[in-house]
Structures are given as C-alpha cells and as structure tokens.
Design a protein around this ligand. Structure first.
Ligand SMILES: Cc1ncc(COP(=O)(O)O)c(C=O)c1O
Length: 437
C-alpha cells in the first residue's frame, strides 16, 4: 500500500467525510498509524492511551495476534456466503456459545446482523411483527429518557431523547418516553424510583394494550451521557412490562461482554429480557458484527406455512464467517485472560482514583460500574459541544491520552488489558487538567 504518512491529513480532507463531525470547524484529526494493547500510535510515532476503547469496541487490546490468526485462518477456509438458505460452522458455534454465556441455550435464537444500530432495528421489527403475526398489531415503543440506540431511522426514533437527532424528527416514529431516576456514587434514588414506577404503572394501565415493546440500555445509558440507574429500578420497570406480555429489549451493545462487571449487564438484574442486542465488543473490537438474541416465544410467532409471517430482514454480510470466527476467538480470550477479573482490577484502581477526585469542586455526580467511570465537569453549558469537554480532549491528547467527553461528561471505558500503571497516568492527566481549572 502507498505510504501516505507525510500527507495523510490533506488527502483525508480532500476525499473523506467523517462520522459525528462538523467539518466546517476545521478541527485537526489524529492521523493514526498503529495500535498495540491499550495504546494507539500516530504517524509520527507518538503514543496515546485509548480510553475510549475506539468507540467502546476494543476489549482485549489492539492488534491481538490470536484474533489476527483466527481471522486469517477463517478467510482461507470460507470468507463469505449468503446466510439465507445456507449455514456454516462459525455462525452455529457462535450462536451456541453466546446463548450459553447468556444462560439462554435452548430458550432463544440468535439473529445476525452487522452493527449495533441494525441489531436494534431487528429487535424493533421482531417486536412489531410479533404483534402483527398474532393479528393484534401494536406499534408504540416505550423508551427511556436520554437513551441512545444507534443512527438508523428506527434506532434514532427510540433514541430521540438523546438529543443527537433534531434534524431528523420528521423521519421518526412516535414513542413513549419513560423517566430514568439517575444514581451516582453515594446517591441512591429510591424516592425517584418509586415515583417513576407508579407513574409508569398508571401509564401502562392506559396505554399498555398499544405497547409493542420496551427498549432499554441496562444499567448505563452510554451516548446520552453515561447515565446510571439502579438494577432494582430496571428490574421493577421490566416486570411491569413483562407481566403484561410486552417484550422487553435490552440493548447491551455497549454494556455487553463484561463492561459493567458481569458478562452481560442483565445478569445484575432479576430480568430475563425477551431480546438482547449485542455488537461493539462482540469480535473483540476488530470486525463489524452484531446479534439480536430473541426468545423462542417470539421466534415461534414467526412460524407459518407461507412467507408472510417470516422476518423479512437480512443484510449481505449477515453472519459473515470471518467476523464470527473473530467473535469465537474473542470468547476464548475472555476465558484465557480472565476478562471479568481484569475489569474488577480496573474497577478497584479507578475507585481508588475517583475517591481522591471527588473532593474537587469542578466534579459532580461521580459514578463507576465495572470498567466504566464517569463524572460531570461543572460548567455553564451541558451541550454536546461544551467547551470544557473539548478543552479536556485537547489537553489529554497533548498528554498522550485519548478521551472523548460527551458534552461536560468525562468518561473512561478502557480496554481490559489497560494496566494499573497506565490508569495511574490517565488520572495524572485528569488531575493536571483539573488543577489548571
Ligand atoms: C447502546 C448502543 N446501542 C446501539 C449503538 C449503535 O451501534 P453502532 O454504532 O454499531 O451502529 C450504540 C453505539 O454507540 C450504543 O451505544
């Protein structure tokens, strides 16, 4: 391949349009040349700790040779085949192992797609058609305030209140937005939870028979600002829906694969979701893949003797064998590296640092669960482009740390291979930034 390192940025500017980017502001991009472990390296050889896990996908560190080998071996065996009317070993093995890990073997089916948004679209379509197939169509979805589920039209509709999609309101369908009683360190919100639950119960008494489903990001709402709620609230909320036979969808695109301290966030609740969406870390963060795990009960409502009740959904790369092979290797790596143990270790180190940070007057609502830490920077503006967040991004980058605050919310979501010493460096940089403010 041609070496572009000398003029990567100018060539990029001429030909590329980036995601979630206002190109009019002319902000400098980071020209990346490589990655190893928790480190990203730019074209000039400078190193940065990847505290965003590359948009939350990377679990075991960058450039793992085990994943590279699994991918190469699979390409030489079977690179791709369409998944309608055909099947293959990597897809079947992966479905079995995911169901096993979720405690749902024999109770649910795995539907493949290729990113978090499509996993959500599939879940919404399954819930919708489930009611159509029963002859009692319903189309109203209940969502949580501040939730984010991706950027395709259905996912935007159920994530509208995240505030990212104001230009697209005309394209979206209606939803019912439910309150989220937030919690943080040393603040349990039992009163708020009780109020919210009684309002929701009353709402369901009125509208329950129009509800097609409930979708939630369990325990932590990510892109909406790393907002935490309690397992108790989530369990009670879901009970209200499930006792009315309304399917509950857990979007574990961010929380899955150990991020919150358990392999899936739902394992910290008393809920068995009717559907679970997984993506991001599913391949260890190296290839696009997603699944929508769906209960056998829902699956059965699609059975019939003509196509009309079947799920008319599929992508060209559905269940791509190479991505499935990476995901199988990633599951092995979870066991070999004791990733839950690593998350627990990172949690202890981050808790230690958070303890010292919380007394700072510029910090509020500190929160930590598993390997995800967040707090709010006290500022006058909480908009996505809040200046404090941007200043911190620049300061951190100059000091060898990649972060991407959401407005005034600073968060860390490190790869599990991040060492205690690397975390100490990150908190050193945060401390220096706060010291200057
Ligand atoms: C909870 C959640 N759901 C869905 C998505 C969408 O995933 P993708 O960006 O792969 O479409 C995201 C992405 O951040 C997410 O955090």
């Amino acid at each position: 391949m041609e070496d572009l390192s000398a003029n990567l940025l100018s060539r990029d500017k001429e030909s590329v349009w980036h995601p979630f980017t206002q190109h009019g502001l002319g902000r400098q991009l980071l020209p990346v040349a490589g990655g190893m472990g928790a480190v990203i390296r730019d074209v000039e050889g400078r190193e940065y700790l990847d505290m965003i896990s590359s948009w939350w996908v990377n679990l075991h560190g960058h450039s793992r040779p085990e994943l590279a080998k699994a991918v190469a071996d699979q390409i030489l065996k079977l690179d791709h085949v369409q998944f309608a009317g055909a099947t293959h070993e990597p897809a079947v093995l992966l479905a079995e192992r995911l169901l096993e890990a979720a405690g749902l073997r024999g109770k649910a089916k795995v539907f493949y797609s290729d990113n978090g948004s499509t996993a959500v679209e599939v879940a919404l379509k399954i819930a919708h058609q489930h009611w159509v197939n029963q002859g009692t169509p319903r189309k109203l979805f209940a969502v949580l305030e501040g939730g984010y589920h991706g950027d395709t039209v259905g996912a935007m509709s159920v994530g509208r209140s995240s505030g990212f999609f104001d230009s697209f309101t005309g394209m979206m369908f209606e939803t019912t937005v439910l309150p989220v009683p937030l919690i943080w360190r040393n603040f349990q919100n039992e009163e708020g939870e009780g109020d919210a639950l009684s309002k929701i119960a009353a709402l369901l008494d009125r509208l329950g028979n129009q509800m097609a489903g409930l979708i939630v990001e369990p325990l932590i709402q990510g892109a909406g600002g790393m907002r935490f709620h309690s397992p108790r609230y989530l369990s009670e909320l879901c009970r209200l829906f499930q006792e009315r036979s309304i399917p509950v969808i857990f979007d574990e695109v961010m929380t899955g694969f150990g991020r919150t301290g358990s392999f899936f966030a739902y394992q910290q609740t008393s809920v068995i979701p009717d559907m679970i969406c997984l993506s991001k870390g599913i391949t260890g963060g190296i290839l696009p893949l997603s699944v929508t795990i769906s209960s056998n009960l829902l699956f059965k409502s699609f059975l019939g003797d003509d196509f009309s009740s079947a799920l008319a959904h599929g992508h060209s790369y559905t269940a791509n064998p190479v991505a499935c092979a990476a995901a199988l290797c990633s599951l092995d790596l979870h066991e070999e590296t004791d990733s839950l143990g690593q998350v627990a270790r990172m949690n202890r180190r981050m808790a230690h640092h958070l303890e010292k940070l919380v007394t700072h007057p510029k910090i509020e609502h500190p929160r930590l669960l598993g390997g995800i830490l967040a707090f709010d920077l006290v500022t006058s503006s909480r908009s996505y482009s809040a200046a404090a967040g941007r200043e911190l991004t620049n300061f951190a980058q100059e000091n060898g740390v990649l972060m991407r605050p959401i407005g005034n919310v600073l968060y860390l979501i490190p790869p599990y291979c991040t060492s205690d010493e690397q975390l100490d460096r990150v908190f050193g940089v945060i401390g220096e930034f706060l010291g200057g403010h």
